[in-house]
Write a protein that binds this ligand. Structure first.
Ligand SMILES: [Zn+2]
Length: 142
């Protein structure tokens, strides 16, 4: 496990928790390393699989390298989600942006719903979900 990258991932989790003490990581960096190793695919070098698979996901085409892995809170910190290993999912950047502050069951339900739409219609919704919240605020002129 790349120690430098692991440290960066762990630090990112700690900084997300600033001002939200409940969201501080409930595990050590060694625990995180073991958790990630359990989720890696050694048949394919060291690659990780995104938990979501929304359009634009790396899943199915190739695995994520550790440098590309993002850890998503299944229940977002914004909704009181804890930073426990049970509440984290390996995600690609694309799916993590689309999921945003949705709870995992809601995001999965939305994906299931949008997959029933013709692609030319669902594409616009996925594009909108990919925009960071600040872009939404600027678009609304706040
Ligand atoms: Zn993905």
């Amino acid at each position: 496990m790349d120690a430098k990258r692991l440290k960066a991932i762990y630090s990112a989790l700690q900084s997300r928790a600033k001002g939200k003490p409940w969201a501080a990581p409930q595990f050590t960096r060694d625990d995180l390393s073991r958790w990630l190793i359990e989720r890696s695919d050694h048949r394919n070098g060291v690659a990780f699989r995104c938990a979501y698979g929304a359009p634009g996901c790396s899943r199915g085409r190739f695995g994520l390298t550790l440098a590309e892995v993002e850890l998503d809170h299944r229940t977002p910190v914004a909704h009181g989600g804890l930073t426990t290993l049970d509440n984290l999912a390996v995600s690609c950047a694309s799916c993590n942006r689309k999921k945003g502050a949705l709870d995992e069951p809601h995001f999965r339900a939305l994906m299931g719903f949008l997959f029933t739409w013709p692609e030319h219609q669902s594409t616009r919704v996925w594009e909108r979900l990919s925009q960071p919240p600040r872009a939404w605020q600027r678009a609304k002129g706040r």
